[in-house]
Design a protein around this ligand. Structure first.
Ligand SMILES: Cc1cc2nc3c(=O)[nH]c(=O)nc-3n(C[C@H](O)[C@H](O)[C@H](O)COP(=O)(O)O)c2cc1C
Ligand code: SF4
Ligand code: SF4
Length: 300
């Protein structure tokens, strides 16, 4: 197959997943092109592709605005096949509503839905995940990716069901619509901490940060992706009303994924509170992975 992966990423979790999907597809002999959405990205020509993957992080139970805007600019062939690979920091069922805009748009354009997959990735907002937890997440994601590719190659469609309540609630809390614009008035850089590395200026996907008269300045087209504050080497950026939820510091996903030491279970049947919902989610992946791959491995 010839595939196109179109994705948006704030703090590069979705880019990491895209790298992993691309690598597995290439290993299987498929051809892959990819587009990372940012302000400068031109609409890609979709015509020659057998299958298109749309990747995005969940933002406030929705797909990110720049992602929605970019999709609106694309032209597709009637009946063109697509799938969704989204990710978020938790597995709450409300996240299921996040694809409603993409699904509706693709239905209108008469595309052929081939499945939707939800990956967990570490939070880039709220609170940082423990290293051991991230390693377990990445191990489960790797299994889900094998399941996803197995199904895509065989035309097995898997749906993630939402409902009218979640959809309405997700529409109501679509934080980005005005949140990013309003919040951007309150972004500040601590001049004592800032080492003027210019990483934030270079990396903002919206080209919303500039260096002027010795100061870092923010414009008002922020999409709340958190890239600037997450990767600032000195945690110098404060992010307005989200400051209490700021997460700063690279998870180093590649190093964690490549770490050869055994992945120990961080989530158990006894996990409580926020962590409780991960146990059934991981076990469902394990069960499906074993069902698909264990018997064939034993035979070989
Ligand atoms: C503005 C914002 C809103 C978010 N909302 C949610 C959410 O509703 N549910 C969730 O599970 N994670 C949420 N997250 C966490 C991200 O979905 C998660 O960390 C994701 O892996 C980030 O991917 P990226 O690095 O590609 O941007 C939110 C993150 C941001 C920045
Ligand atoms: S990334 Fe941080 S340290 Fe670097 S220029 Fe921006 S605010 Fe300053
Ligand atoms: S200003 Fe920061 S949070 Fe806003 S879009 Fe740019 S990098 Fe993302």
């Amino acid at each position: 197959m010839k595939l196109l992966l179109v994705y948006y990423t704030g703090t590069y979790n979705t880019r990491f997943l895209t790298d992993e999907i691309e690598r597995r597809l290439l290993d299987r002999g498929h051809a892959v092109d990819r587009v990372e959405i940012n302000r400068a990205a031109k609409p890609v020509e979709t015509e020659g592709y057998d299958l298109i993957g749309f990747g995005y992080p969940v933002y406030g139970f929705n797909s990110p605005l720049p992602f929605n805007r970019y999709l609106r600019r694309l032209r597709f062939r009637r009946g063109q096949k697509y799938f969704i690979y989204k990710n978020s920091g938790e597995t709450f069922a409300m996240n299921n509503a996040s694809s409603r805009i993409v699904l509706r748009r693709m239905r209108r354009k008469k595309l052929d839905f081939c499945g939707e997959y939800h990956y967990v990735m570490p939070y880039n907002i709220h609170f940082p995940f423990d290293r051991a937890f991230v390693r377990e997440i990445l191990a489960e994601d790797a299994k889900l990716m094998e399941i996803m590719l197995y199904r895509l190659e065989r035309g097995i469609v898997s749906e993630i069901k939402s409902n009218i309540i979640y959809n309405l609630a997700a529409a109501a809390v679509s934080v980005q619509k005005i949140g990013g614009r309003v919040n951007s008035f309150f972004y500040r850089v601590d001049r004592e901490k800032c080492v003027k590395c210019m990483r934030c200026v270079r990396d903002c996907p919206e080209e919303n940060i500039r260096y002027e008269k010795g100061k870092i300045r923010f414009g008002h087209r922020c999409d709340m992706c958190m890239r600037c504050s997450f990767y600032c080497p000195t945690a110098a950026i404060s992010i307005g009303f989200l400051e209490g939820w700021k997460v700063n510091g690279d998870y180093r996903l590649r190093d964690l994924a490549d770490d050869p030491s055994p992945v120990l279970p961080y989530i158990t049947a006894e996990s409580k509170g926020f962590y409780r919902c991960f146990y059934p989610y991981f076990r469902r992946i394990d069960a499906e992975y074993d069902r698909l791959f264990s018997s064939s491995e034993e035979e070989t």
